[in-house]
Design a protein around this ligand. Sequence first.
Ligand SMILES: [Zn+2]
Length: 196
Amino acid sequence: MRLFTHALWHRERTAKTIYLTFDDGPVPEVTPWVLEQLQNYRAQATFFMVGDNIRKHPELFARVKTAGHRLANHTFHHLDGWQTPDERYFADIAATQKLLADEGQYVLFRPPYGRLTYRQYKYLSARYRLVMWDVLSGDFDRSLTPERCLARTIRLTRPGSVVVFHDSPKTQRLLHHVLPEYLAHFSQQGYNFKAL
Ligand SMILES: [Zn+2]
């Protein structure tokens, strides 16, 4: 994946700023709770949304937007680039982009599973700002205890990090423990949380 040299992996390492990202929402089970946690710390974040979830939950989409977070594209059906023909993959992203139509000066895209063929990468990086990450929280990893997930995510985070969480029912168990503790930890150390 490090071949994706035009993608964003992290930001400048100089400022005490962390870029939280939440993938796969919006969903009623988790997204409103995430918004509350962020609000408690006046944290801004970036939400890589699945178009089909925006379609199902337009009111949640609106809430995330109203709260001032950055909205970004994560395909319409959470497709795996390696398993999907290019035409279908690009059409799926474009369908999501219609829902995000007025979002910002450039358009952020993150491929589900971090998987793109090189051809897809070339095509997409000419049209979107590709965003990867330097810290995976592992909130989807069912073998992790909440304590280990938190400790690991804290240990990997540096100034300028782009951190992946998920607002998904699958990650709810770990996220409920990890996100508030993570926000508290880095706030105490004088960090800010900003949208990309
Ligand atoms: Zn995803």
